[in-house]
Design a protein around this ligand. Structure first.
Ligand SMILES: Cc1cc2nc3c(=O)[nH]c(=O)nc-3n(C[C@H](O)[C@H](O)[C@H](O)COP(=O)(O)OP(=O)(O)OC[C@H]3O[C@@H](n4cnc5c(N)ncnc54)[C@H](O)[C@@H]3O)c2cc1C
Length: 375
């Protein structure tokens, strides 16, 4: 029998972050993960600047040697191009495999126990089994991703799926041509280009259509296609769904959910990983206080802003004419996009931003004469 204080189901970024945060509080942790490390996943592989603070609290200091820094975000829908540099620290493009290895190393340093290649059977009305082995734990943490079985098993499924889209990613050997993460907007979806190394970029595409796939999205983005034409692909194509999900509760009894299992945001926000790291820290505080209710109560304060931004950005995806107008405003008013990015990263409050700029922005959206800017 496996005995521990906390059994974490799922050893993705959120599960590993939760293990680190709990170990830092002296909790005896076991992670059971169906796959073996390092674990890859379809992802844009961009860590936004607001991830650093949480990662540092977890004792994981990532630097340029782990990937490639990027200095802001560019929205591109030729001929329109709007650029927002970050205020303060840069973001980091990092291969998923590298991120996973760095988190696993930190877990090992702290004495987290692992059961790799161990699918956890979570069946309604039955006890949890790790590879048919029974388990005695004080807390069960579901970090088993968007389609969490722990969520269903523990009765925490009640909530809303606000959006569902389909993503894919692939790496190309090419020198990054921009110091920004580029988000290319097309009618079939978006492609994000994240610099990952001096000679490598990660391209992730996301579309509402399950049949669009990466080629379908890139077909509507000729400028980006030209950039990567003839460049060797250096990884296999991987796909994954991306959702915006809100739950009524993320903890019940001695069970809690973290990461995508607990709440997710569309990939376009670039906030999925940072959210998981922050939730992990919050969960550890609640476990230390012996009150998972605190976690459930404070969880919405972490996800509210990214989910609001997710909905806003998805309006640009859904309505091409709105997108065209919005990008025209952002391209013509170089102050607005950086301030919106600061709001996205919680460096500026959303209500203050809307109070100061909301009316003027709405007016500009209706009156803007779409003009091109050089891409
Ligand atoms: C196309 C795309 C692009 C994205 N781009 C970005 C980006 O640029 N930046 C960003 O921050 N976020 C991005 N995201 C979101 C980010 O990938 C997720 O938020 C993140 O992976 C969530 O981590 P997690 O640990 O909660 O879940 P996962 O990474 O899904 O990990 C869950 C783990 O649980 C394991 N598991 C599941 N069931 C069981 C079981 N029964 N027993 C044992 N193990 C189990 C799985 O094997 C898996 O390893 C993107 C997502 C997509 C789809």
């Amino acid at each position: 029998m496996i005995r521990c204080d906390a059994l974490i189901v799922g050893g993705g970024p959120a599960g590993l972050a939760a293990a680190i945060a709990l170990r830092q509080k002296g909790v005896d942790v076991v992670i059971a993960e169906a796959l073996s490390p390092p674990i890859d996943k379809a992802c844009g592989e961009g860590l936004m600047p607001d991830s650093h603070e949480a990662l540092e609290k977890l004792g994981v200091a990532l630097g340029p040697e782990d990937g490639h820094c990027f200095e802001g975000i560019a929205f591109i829908a030729p001929p329109l191009c709007a650029v927002a540099p970050f205020r303060g620290r840069p973001g980091l493009g990092i291969r998923r495999l590298r991120l996973h290895s760095r988190l696993v190393d930190r877990c090992r340093e702290l004495g987290v126990r692992f059961h790799w290649g161990s699918g956890v059977a979570v069946r309604r009305g039955e006890p949890v089994l790790v590879q048919s082995e029974s388990c005695r734990y004080r807390y069960l943490i579901g970090a088993d991703g968007q389609f969490s079985r722990v969520r269903a098993w523990s009765g925490l499924e009640r909530g809303k799926v606000l959006s569902k889209r389909f993503g894919a990613r692939r790496h190309f050997r090419v020198e990054p041509w921009s110091r920004m993460v580029e988000v290319h907007w097309g009618d079939c979806g978006q492609a994000y280009v994240t610099p990952i190394g001096p000679e490598e970029v990660c391209i992730a595409t996301v579309s509402r259509s399950p049949s669009a796939r990466m080629d379908g999205v890139l077909a509507g983005l000729p400028e980006l296609r030209r950039r990567i034409e003839g460049m060797p692909a250096v990884s296999a194509l991987r796909g994954a769904a991306t959702t915006t999900r809100r739950l009524c509760r993320v903890a019940t009894g001695n069970v809690a959910l973290v990461g995508d299992a607990s709440a997710s945001v569309d990939a376009i926000t670039g906030e999925g990983l940072a959210l998981g790291f922050r939730q992990a820290l919050l969960l550890a505080e609640a476990v230390e206080a012996g009150a998972l209710d605190l976690y459930s109560a404070d969880h919405p304060s972490i996800v509210r802003l990214p989910q609001a931004m997710s909905r806003l950005l998805l309006c640009l995806d859904r309505w091409p004419s709105f997108r065209h107008r919005a990008l025209s405003v952002l391209a013509q008013e170089p102050e607005t996009f950086p301030r919106m990015l600061s709001m996205h990263l919680a460096q500026e409050s959303m209500s203050k931003f809307m109070l100061r700029n909301g009316t003027q922005l709405a007016w500009r959206l209706f009156t803007v004469a779409p003009r091109s800017t050089a891409y």
